[in-house]
Ligand binder design. Structure first.
Ligand code: GLC
Length: 425
């Protein structure tokens, strides 16, 4: 059973492999996506280490001069996706989008390095990647934390990776829709519209793109000019974890300056995360920087925070919080609290379960000794695969497969979980 599932997952990765990068899935997402690639590399690493390194190398090869690593790289033209390169208009030789995504590459590089059988290859690849990933981390703090708080803001919901989360609803009200040029969505012709964001949300996504484009994609201006500035605990946890992991990797490779700088960023971030903790919700919350207030939205962003080396008592509380969520769903971890009025079990990031997020939460909990909950989450991942295949995401109550199918990072997570854990599926 286990071996069969691994073989099926490998077949998904191979199907979506375009040689030096993978697409998230055929049709719906025909390019390279940033955090998809970093997490997918973890899957490749179990059967082709060189290919895993190539995935991250290709991603970093398209880093901007200022340090940003874009969220999409449009390697080959494909008009099946909107918004394409003409809308972003970032002026890159190989076109890219102009925003970023959760910086999980530092974590992935360290993990692949630690497990590598080909140590020489791993050292060579990691040494080359190290300064690039570090530059990306520094870019975040320079451009998205202008006041030096220790935490960074996202300026577009797509940067979070949780595109239409309830977390953005209130802040999104401030994003206008006037002046948005007419467009045709392509996602709703590949996937069920009931599983996707609404047209109203799409208009606001595009308004922000047009705004940033009008500022010439100059990152020194975008943060302050954006009406949308959110400090997302999940996003920051990924950045902090990657800084901490990069520090360890740099130490191993004798790169002491990068190690010290990375560790300082991680430590400052962890201390600052406390400002996002809510006793009332039993989890972390987003902070809306424009109005300087916490966002009272019980979403998975505040649970994903467990991926960072947070204090033990916080990890324990998050584990307890997940137990409460479990009382109202069949499969952990729903991306929004099923008892909240905005919960929608089918619609993207407003309720469904995503395996990549589950993996990061469970990894963090395991590190903090919350192993029973970590195991439970991993078990639920495999139950979902058995019932519904390698979908993009799943209804947490019925397990209905949603969005695209034959999904790369879902398959990668299955290989990763099965190869590194004893899981009772
Ligand atoms: C969606 C997801 C995002 C992901 C992308 C490609 O936009 O919300 O997190 O990176 O699809 O899979």
């Amino acid at each position: 059973m286990t071996q069969e599932m691994i073989e099926q997952a490998k077949a998904v990765l191979r199907r979506n492999d375009r040689g030096s990068y993978t697409v998230p899935t055929h049709g719906l997402y025909p390019f390279q996506w940033n955090w998809d690639s970093a997490l997918s590399a973890l899957g490749f690493a179990h059967f082709d280490e060189a290919r895993a390194w190539t995935e991250i190398e290709t991603l970093l090869a398209h880093q901007w001069e200022d340090g940003m690593v874009p969220h999409i790289i449009f390697h080959e033209l494909d008009d099946g996706y909107f918004p394409g390169p003409d809308v972003w208009s970032t002026g890159r030789k190989v076109p890219t989008s102009g925003i970023t995504q959760p910086p999980v590459a530092g974590f992935a590089a360290r993990r692949i390095f630690d497990r590598a059988e080909d140590k020489a290859l791993a050292a060579e690849k990691a040494r080359a990647l190290l300064p690039r990933i570090h530059a990306w981390h520094q870019w975040f703090f320079a451009n998205r934390d202008p006041q030096g708080t220790g935490l960074v803001a996202i300026i577009h919901p797509w940067e979070s990776g949780r595109d239409n989360s309830v977390d953005w609803d209130a802040a999104f009200e401030r994003v206008p829709t006037d002046g948005v040029l007419p467009f045709t969505r392509r996602d709703t012709s590949h996937a069920n519209p009931a599983h996707r964001p609404t047209d109203e949300q799409y208009k606001r996504y595009i308004w922000l793109v047009q705004k940033f484009r009008s500022l010439g994609w100059d990152n020194s201006k975008l943060h302050d000019a954006s009406p949308f500035q959110i400090v997302d605990p999940g996003f920051n946890a990924i950045l902090i974890r990657s800084c901490a992991d990069l520090a360890d990797l740099a130490d191993t490779l004798g790169e002491t300056t990068i190690a010290a700088q990375s560790r300082a960023l991680a430590d400052k971030g962890i201390a600052a995360m406390e400002s996002l903790w809510s006793d009332a919700q039993g989890q972390y919350l987003c902070h809306d920087r424009v109005v300087d207030a916490l966002v009272e939205s019980p979403s998975i962003g505040g649970i994903l925070a467990a991926f960072a080396p947070i204090p033990q008592n916080r990890a324990k509380a998050i584990s307890a919080r997940i137990s409460v969520l479990a009382e109202n769903c069949t499969f952990l971890v729903p991306s929004h609290d099923p008892t909240a009025p905005e919960f929608d079990g089918l619609r993207y990031w407003r309720g469904p379960v995503w395996l990549i997020v589950n993996y990061m939460i469970s990894d963090g909990l395991e590190h903090c000794g919350e192993t029973a909950m970590a195991d439970r989450i991993n078990t639920d991942c495999l139950r979902l695969i058995e019932k519904s295949g390698f979908a993009e995401y799943y209804d947490p109550i019925t397990a209905e497969p949603c969005g695209g199918d034959q999904f790369t990072w879902t398959a990668a997570m299955v290989i990763e979980i099965l190869k590194t854990h004893e899981v009772a599926a």
